[in-house]
Every structure is written in C-alpha cells, then in structure tokens.
Design a protein around this ligand. Sequence first.
Ligand code: PAJ
Length: 290
Amino acid sequence: MRVADCESDAVALTREWRSVGNTIGFVPTMGALHEGHLSLVREARTRCGKVVVSIFVNPAQFGPGEDLTRYPRMIEADCGLLASEGVDLVFAPTPDTVYPTGFSTFVEVTGLTAGLCGASRPGHFRGVTTVCCALFNIIGPDIAVFGEKDFQQLAVIRRMTRDLRLRPEIVQCPIVRETDGLAMSSRNAYLSPEEREQAAFIYRGLTAVTRAAGKGETDLKALKAVFVSVLSRAPMLTLSYFEAVDPDSLEPAENLDRTVRLLAAVVAGSTRLIDNISLEPPHPSRRTGC
Ligand code: PAJ
C-alpha cells in the first residue's frame, strides 16, 4: 500500500494505473476509520482493480465553533486498517495541499443543501462538494463510494456529479451499526458513557416508526410523534430534526404512497448525531380505505 501526501504523486500513480487499463474505486474519508468506512472500502475493492482512500479532515466543511480542532486524527492506525483491506493508495494531503494560497473557487449545490443539516450548518455542504470535486479531479476515479449514513451528503454529491458531468459513478452503501443499533460514526467517541447509552434511542425511534407504519399508520405527523415519544426516554438527547423526505429530491414527503427516507438529527451534549432509515409504502391490504 502506498501512502501519499503529495498531490503530484497521487496524480502520477493513478494516471499510470488508468493507462494500463485499471479501474479505480475511490473512498473519501476524514479518517478515524471504523467498520462503516471499511464497508465502503470493501465495496470499492469488489468493483475495481485499484482502490484509493483519502484521509483529510476538511477545514472548509466545519463551521465556526464546530469540532475541527478536536476531530480525531489517527493516521497510523487508519493506515494499518486500510493495508489489511488491500487498499492500493492512501492519499492524505495537508490543508495547504488541498487549499493552496489563493484558492478561491467553491462548488455549491443549491436547493438540496438548504434544509435538514444544511439549515443548521451553513456552508457545510459547500465545503464537502468543493473538496470532493477537487479530490475527484486529483484521483480520476471510475467509482466513488459513499455511505447512506450521511444521506443528505450522498444526495448532494450525486447531484453535483450529475450536474457537472464529473467522472465517477456514485455508489452508495448501507449504514453499519453498533450492536445496539447506533450508527457507527467517528464522532461517537465524543459521547460520555451515559450519552452513548442513550444514543441507541435514535435507531430505536426510527425502527418504532417503521413498525407503526407497518401496522398501517400513514399519517406522517403521527409517525413523528412515535419517534419523539421514543426519544423522550433519552433525556440527554435533544431533537434537531425528524423529517420524512423523498430520497432523491429530499423534498418533504406529503404522504406514504411511495418509499420515503426518514432522517433524524439529535444533539447529545456538544455532539451532533444523525441517522436515517428507508420507509416503504404500507402493504396494500393494510392501507385504510382499500
Ligand atoms: P467521514 O465522516 O469520514 O465519512 C466518510 C464516508 O464514510 C462517508 O461516505 C460516510 O457516509 C461513510 N460512513 C460513515 N459512517 C458510516 C456508517 N456507519 N456506515 C456506512 N458508511 C458510513 O463524510 C465525510 O467523511 C466527509 O464529508 C467527506 C465525504 C470525506 C468529505 O470531506
């Protein structure tokens, strides 16, 4: 496995691989890797001849007062994990490499970024799309793999890639969870033991909503009440949002006549946690009025 912090090395190596007919799978990350990240790496591994992972804690996607300085950095442990997964190249640039003096161009997806996490994190998605666009241009991947964990990010990246005719196909992977259901996240490390225990109620709430819908409840307000009621059993968690949206446009769903995505964000102390689940339309025999 090669590790490059220099952009020209990453460009030269990936160019050489493409020139001899290799396909390249790319997994962008901010490091502090866990099984969720590794699942994306494995997906890239099954699809492509060469796998590149970037590790870059991207300053442009952190707002003032967010956790840029305390974000966990553990490059050596990360490289150990990636070597065991058969990764070919880790690209770990410095901020000065990605944003050289005079850098002044940003990529912004409008509309999709306005609500949900975009509403409370202004500029966040602009930072994500700008860095991903730059990384795609450095690596030149055939596919880029993203997790459903960050569902709004995935939709935003898909839109950017489509609109700007960027090279990679965007591949999405399901959320990997801890045994109690909490979605794995590098930020889970910030949680106190009590917060960590209560954080499991986010997924419990989402599955309770799925069960209620399975029993025929189609009113989205009533389904939100189910989520809120489960979450109220975890007093250390404060709801930031719970929304049912169309999985592509992220527009709020009016009703349950098609598959929707339930997205939730909660705050535990100073840590923001997000999760989501797909909700299928109710079985016709359970639909009231049929
Ligand atoms: P990061 O939070 O490190 O996540 C990197 C990738 O791993 C993202 O695609 C994310 O959705 C995925 N991921 C994280 N936790 C996961 C889980 N439990 N199951 C499945 N996939 C999971 O997302 C970012 O970094 C950054 O915004 C980035 C795209 C790298 C741009 O800086």
